[in-house]
Design a protein around this ligand. Structure first.
Ligand code: RB5
Length: 152
């Protein structure tokens, strides 16, 4: 399973630690940067991760910025990406079971490494339940098109 990972300067330390964790756990990792502490803009990293997932060049995405907020907004602007900002395992679990999220965002200034690992593990190991949740997720995409916001 391939995981696309990206972060800005506020999330790079946590991203690097989670990349190492993913590799230890046997996942393939596509590390899209950033790779240092120089100030960069989170939208390009969130979008890059989300595009890999939306194009099915990665199975899931991990985005980290300082708060997890900006980078999750950026990821959710990519059609086909469904990003959850999750700092607790229950949110991570439910985002998979009910929302079929394919990208998880976290804030490097908000969450410790052990909790981040737990959230990521639960996210990657939980299946989407489908059924009524499939219908509801589909409605979100219809509404995007109705608003003329499709970027196909
Ligand atoms: C960068 O200082 C910070 O604004 C960014 O990492 C993120 O928290 C934005 O949502």
């Amino acid at each position: 399973m391939q995981i696309a990972c990206g972060a800005d300067h506020g999330g790079v330390d946590l991203k690097d630690q989670l990349v190492a964790y993913l590799k230890e756990e046997g996942y393939q990792v596509l590390d899209l940067g950033t790779h240092g502490h120089e100030s960069v803009d989170y939208p390009q990293y969130g979008q890059a991760v989300a595009e890999k997932v939306a194009k099915k060049e990665a199975d899931f995405g991990l985005c980290v910025c300082g708060s997890g907020i900006g980078i999750s907004i950026a990821a959710n602007k990519v059609k086909g990406a469904r990003c959850v900002r999750a700092h607790d395992p229950y949110s991570a679990e439910m985002s998979r079971r009910h929302n079929n999220c394919n990208v998880i965002a976290m804030g490097g200034r908000f969450i410790g490494l052990d909790m981040a690992k737990k959230c990521l593990k639960v996210f990657l190991e939980t299946e989407f339940e489908g059924g009524r949740h499939q219908r509801r997720g589909g409605q979100l995409e219809i509404e995007e098109k109705d608003r003329g916001e499709s970027h196909e």
